[in-house]
Design a protein around this ligand. Structure first.
Ligand code: BT5
Length: 265
């Protein structure tokens, strides 16, 4: 198994100046949250070759065979007003993932709202990566933001269906092994530049929207309150999903899972 060779990753600026690497951890997001509570600087990165309790949103599982993936979490300290800035950093991370993957492998991914990375395959859309953004609270106030990324890099095609029905990997898409150290560095570079741009006043919402899959298409949205069918019209200024419902009205959703629906014939 190749290792992610963090010592070879040249970090000149703030993101990844401190990289804490483990063979195995319960969840990189849990450790990054703990470090953020203990005062870890912005740009601290936690990375592991294996997670024993990797999490997705809504406490779902994130599974990856040891040494096959990039499993990492980044600590951010968004400036005040916290939520205005914090809403853009996960977008910057999603865009940085797309950019790093494209640069190293030539694979053009898309973002699936709210922040998965998907690719189009002959057999349909496949999920290549997922992001998990969590706010770290201190006495009820937001103190830091942790963004976790799980990227399926060298997962053998035969293993993928056991992870999730639509899981894919860079190995499956490209047919070759990808050097995880090189990909790690490219993703950090791209995220660093995008977050710098946010801090300098650029709103990444427009770019993020331009990379969203399925705008204008019929989708199903699975929410904690049930399933909604509609056309994916847009995202609003906060990044929430705007659907046109069958009665012609639009409705906005901030939580849920989207899946593409075949157009009615
Ligand atoms: C996500 O959640 O997609 C966010 C995943 C974030 C994982 C990273 S790894 C580093 C950091 N530390 C953590 O503990 N987590 C973060 P969600 O949209 O809820 O998707 C979860 C669903 O994806 C599961 O219910 C499965 O169906 C599916 N799934 C699990 N493992 C997968 C994989 N390797 N590839 C594709 N799909 C997967």
């Amino acid at each position: 198994m190749d290792r992610v060779r963090c010592a070879q990753v040249q970090r000149r600026r703030w993101l990844g100046q401190r990289v804490i690497a483990y063979d195995s951890l319960p969840s990189t997001n849990d450790l990054a949250q703990q470090l953020a509570r203990d005062g870890a600087a912005e740009g601290t990165v936690v990375i592991a070759d294996q997670q024993t309790a990797g999490r997705g949103r809504l406490n779902r599982r994130w599974e990856a065979p040891p040494g096959s993936s990039l499993l990492l979490s980044i600590v951010f300290h968004p400036s005040a007003p916290f939520h205005a800035h914090a809403s853009r950093f996960p977008m910057a991370c999603g865009l940085g993932l797309l950019e790093g993957i494209l640069k190293v492998t030539g694979v053009q991914g898309w973002l699936k709202w709210p922040n998965d990375v998907v690719v189009e395959r002959a057999s349909g859309w496949g999920k290549l990566a997922g992001l998990l953004s969590e706010v770290v609270l201190s006495e009820g106030e937001p103190q830091a933001l942790v963004v976790g990324m799980g990227v399926n890099v060298n997962i053998a095609p035969a293993v993928l269906p056991g992870l999730a029905p639509n899981a894919t990997s860079l190995l499956q898409v490209t047919g070759s092994q990808v050097n995880r150290t090189v990909l790690f560095e490219a993703i950090l570079d791209a995220v660093e530049q995008l977050v710098d741009a946010c801090r300098a006043g650029t709103d990444v919402l427009g770019l993020w929207r331009s990379k969203l899959a399925w705008i204008g298409q019929p989708v199903s949205l699975f929410t904690p309150d049930g399933t909604v069918q509609g056309e994916m019209v847009d995202v609003d200024a906060s990044g929430a999903l705007v659907l046109r419902l069958p009665d012609g009205q639009t409705a906005t959703f901030s939580v849920g899972d989207v899946s593409l629906r075949p157009a009615a014939t």
